[in-house]
Design a protein. Sequence first.
Length: 546
Amino acid sequence: MSGECITGNLFRRMIAGATEVLKQNKATVDALNVFPVPDGDTGTNMSLTMLSATAEAQKSRSENLSAVAEQVALGSLMGARGNSGVILSQLFRGIAKGLSGHEKASAEVLAEAFEQGVETAYKAVMKPVEGTILTVAREASRAARTAEQMGKDVYAVWEAACREAEAALARTPEQLPVLKQAKVVDAGGKGLVYILKGALDVLRDQSPVKKTNVVLRPVAEEATITDDMGEIAYPYDTQLLVKATSVDVDSLREQLEPLGDSLLVVGSEEVARVHIHTERPDEVLRICLAHGFVSRVTVDNMREQYLEMKEGASTSHEQQPSRDDAEEKEVGVVAVVSGQGLIEVVKSLGADMIIDGGQTMNPSTEDVVTAVNSVKAKRVIFLPNNGNIFLAAKQAKRICDKRMYVVPTRTIPQGISALLALHLDANMETNLKRMAKAVKQVKTGEITFAVRKSQYNGFAISEGDVLGLIDGEIALTGSDASSVLNDLLDKMVDEDDEVITVFYGNGLDEESVWNATSDLSSRFPNCEIEIRNGGQPLYYYIVSVE
């Protein structure tokens, strides 16, 4: 290749190449977990984020680099999983900003795009920490700019970014003590190095890219249908995303309001989601295009849908009303939970929708948006129950149709405690305060096992050791789950505590659970003791102490 510029088609191929290389090495990235517990998922999360970016970029064959970069940014946004995936999506969001308006990218434009990517990613993290994927991205960007200023072409600029990313990755243990202690480099930074290398292989044109098999899950769109469709003045259910550097959401909503009903315009200055029932979808598109790029446009004729449904409906249809016929509640709840027993508990406490996930199975931004939008409620409270889902939830909040409130629960016990504090007859502000207070009052214990040899907080950990964690920190180690559970409770329970709940995991038999917990009532006479089958994977026990 000449090295003079990057076109839209070449960038699309570079993203596909990056996706393939990361996919092949995601297990290596997963293994770089600081904690030696079996929930390392950084590589998996970043790989799934890249798969979504590739899938979106492959939907068209545009040669316009700016358009392709927007597709990549949108795909990574909707497919972002875990904090690492969200940060990666923000890198692409910034890169798309830097490439905006450019049909091709010179070395100078490429360096500028790298800088925009880093700036956007840093803004997405409230308290950036050195020694992470952000550091690796920043140093790669600086190297790209230096190479560009030396008159290098786009290939040399990208190569310089790759080379410095590897060097910066090697320095991360010196910047972040927990990495040095665990004797690993930063997992997110490692994933980024694979991404840059995969793209460089394509740019070098020496490594043919295997076709990535991308499977997209269909998202059901729901239409509002009345008994007499002839009465509806606005038959076209129109939905789309508007993307720009500065979307005036209020102005856009004001301009669209005269065109129909059921109007929703929500989001941020960068991405706004539009939903409207209208007679003039063409006019809706015209107005939206004046505010930025549009994508994910769907226009459904509700009269046509109604007739199709009516023709295929059974005679008993009227006796079995659909979810759309149900009355919309004021407040709904969506929670992320894994384990059949835990799912049943959370449902019994009032959760309307469960996203099956958590450790190693972080839902994507799109998963969260779909779940929240599907709840028949005006406002929806979201319980992530995992710190690695916070950033995806933050992104989802910006683009979902509903008013969404995120209660920052990091564990299942915190999520359960928050649900117990929810009073549906109270206002939202009061409920959020009550739930936040409840989260702070619960202590979480977790019993799992070590997947590798490690050093952490003074513990010499061997592969296979049983680990006891209190609020996410390793507190003790042992050789069997029962003894670690009891030792952990001794550390967790104090004289002011009143309730101990033990959820045992998938694979534990009732006899071993009985042997481990039968004397808890006598050991903690002032506490109410409850033992439940949580069915959770990876963790022998999850303990809640309040």
